[in-house]
Ligand binder design. Structure first.
Ligand code: DAH
Length: 334
């Protein structure tokens, strides 16, 4: 292009613009052409600022010709835009408008937390065995957390290093067994309840321990309950949960103040033994402390770690994954 405006330069601008419009493959490229030619600093504006090489007679002709080029280019742009399905530009601001052909932004969808998911599954299975869901407070008094459960005043489980004590005689409950006491206080037997919920202990956090985790407590108080009923209940539960004949259940002799006899609940699955919780026959002292006649009523109880059950179900190696809120982990359960 010569330094001063000339008719041949106008022709060149028009030709180039029409070729560029013809070959542009999308709305963005098209818009770039528009800015380059018709924009404030575009080639057409530029050339009209440089009319020094024209005679006074030529100038209006040149202006008219420039207008023609502008309209032709504008028409070609509109036609091409329609080709892409984008709205034609019909405002003076130069805003091409929203491109309705672009894909939308999908909102991120959350998913249920694995502990919630497994907890719901556990509740469903126990409900099919006749258990009702009960609830109790996370801030408890010492009576429901210890005394009512036959845990003596000098027992190590009451030690300040084992519990989150609050003011007065309150603490964050260290076990869901508290709900056993609360239910038996308020409801006469026969009873068949489960109580899922959070428990709190000042444990050092590692792959298997956390300061907060979930337990699912179970309690049955009926006439003539035996250790056989306890074992068959837990066995049926794990069989239904895991749907796998290679699973084994072992009740290993143990001690809890609120059950006699007591046992640890061990699960063998995928080649290894894992501890899932504790269980036993409700100690007569516990029944007496809530005014239930132990000569007539017998019961069994169990407490399962929901994180433990979840880790077994999904082969999760570390309890810390549950509270890290890493969506790469959580998304796998949607
Ligand atoms: N509460 C016990 C714990 O936190 C677990 C437990 C053991 C619950 C035996 C029970 C039971 O109901 O019978 O370790």
């Amino acid at each position: 292009m010569s330094e001063n405006g000339s008719f041949s330069d106008l022709e060149a601008i028009e030709k180039q613009a029409l070729t560029d419009i013809e070959s542009s493959g999308d709305a963005a490229t098209l818009d770039a052409v528009r800015v380059q030619v018709l924009g404030k600093k575009g080639s057409l504006k530029q050339i009209l600022r440089n009319l020094g090489g024209l005679t006074p007679e030529q100038r209006p002709l040149f202006g008219a010709r420039a207008n023609e080029v502008k309209e032709k280019v504008q028409a070609a742009l509109d036609a091409a835009r329609a080709r892409f399905g984008a709205p034609a530009q019909n405002n003076k601001s130069g805003d091409p408008g929203a491109d309705l052909t672009l894909p939308g932004n999908m909102p991120e969808r959350g998913s249920r937390h694995p502990v919630r998911l497994v907890s719901a599954r556990m509740i469903k299975i126990f409900a099919s065995l006749g258990f009702e869901v009960a609830d109790g407070p996370e801030v408890e008094d010492e009576w429901h957390n210890f005394t009512g459960l036959n845990i003596p005043a000098d027992h190590i489980a009451r030690d300040p290093s084992e519990n989150f004590y609050l003011e007065d005689d309150l603490l964050m409950r260290s076990q869901t067994s508290t709900v056993q006491v609360r239910v038996m206080e308020n409801t006469p037997p026969p009873l068949r309840i489960i109580a899922p919920g959070k428990v709190f202990r000042p444990d050092t956090v590692d792959a298997a321990h956390s300061y907060m985790f979930h337990q699912l407590e179970g309690l049955v108080v009926e006439e003539g309950m035996t250790f056989g009923h306890l074992k068959s209940t837990l066995l049926t539960f794990f069989q239904q949960l895991l749907q796998d004949d290679d699973m084994k259940l072992r009740l290993r002799p143990s001690f809890f103040p609120f059950t006699e006899p007591s046992a640890e609940v061990d699960l063998y699955w995928r080649g290894g033994w894992m501890e899932m919780g504790g269980c036993g026959m409700v100690d007569p002292n516990v029944l007496e402390s809530v005014g239930i006649d132990p000569e007539r009523w017998t019961g069994f109880a169990f407490g399962l770690g929901i994180e433990r059950v979840t880790m077994a179900s999904y082969n999760i190696p570390d309890i810390r994954y549950f509270t890290e809120n890493d969506v790469r982990f959580l998304r796998q359960f949607s």
